[in-house]
Design a protein around this ligand. Sequence first.
Ligand code: SAM
Length: 295
Amino acid sequence: MVQPSLVGYGLHRAARRSLAQGRSMTGNKKQVPQSNTEAREAWNRNASFWDKKMGDGNDFFELLIWPPTERFLQIHVGDHVLDVACGNGVSSRRLAEIGAKVTAIDFSAEMIDRARKRTAASEEIEYIVLDATDEDALLGLGSGAFQAVLCNMALFDMAEIAPLYRAVSSILCRGGSFVFSVLHPCFNNPSVVQIGELEDRKGEFVTTHSVKISRYLSPFSQSGLAMPGQPVPHPYFHRSLTELIGLGMQSGLVLDALEERAFPPSHDGGGDPLSWSGKFSEIPPVLVCRMRPAL
Ligand SMILES: C[S@@+](CC[C@H](N)C(=O)[O-])C[C@H]1O[C@@H](n2cnc3c(N)ncnc32)[C@H](O)[C@@H]1O
């Protein structure tokens, strides 16, 4: 088992610094991959690294993402669940553990390979290489086939999300739910700069942690790293809440649960004093939502 690590979903701070200066981590604007094809190539190249770091979960996953995700999904034994952009299958295996029958898709064949290797033959998980921007391929999974669809920390990695939303409203059964977690677009988007300030407040030294966001309303794409040491940057596709939730509503889904998640004050961020940790306990880096087909 790979040791859980703290980082693994947030934009890594070194990437942010470089992005704040308007450059990719390679220092060349032209080399930043933006298209879906380039995104897939980046994820294929990062798959082995991601798999080793993510293993069976890190602090972001265990403390911020999984608790509300499991609560929102309300899985019953035997439910058929689609795990969209499953990565190395960390959520797929959790779902199987709690009794779901899982279909897990990712557009990176290398990720799917890692996910299969981590999964025991006894676990009811079918892994498929499938692009979540391909509406027809998603619809091919079956009308009303799923009690729940999960997309864990990946909508911001997708060049387009309208095809997925449209397909979700068709492949979910009546009363089904679409649960997704994302980097909180207001506080943890690719324009974020994390700040620590020390001041002498009338004889008392006080440290304040905050974030600076310079872009929010308009969608934009920018490359970055999910984890320090990641082999190549991959594109992030920022969308405001209006865009993120509105596109789902346009496909006939309604939002019925939402949780903004931050680390508790006691959480030690590990090595980097400005990485997401309890120092930012009033600023949520993660947002978890549930949408359902309107009745
Ligand atoms: C940040 S990782 C999250 C993986 C996994 N859900 C987890 O929580 O560990 C993002 C994943 O999205 C996948 N991805 C990005 N765009 C995709 C698309 N258009 N279709 C399917 N998978 C995609 C990547 O290959 C990668 O595995």
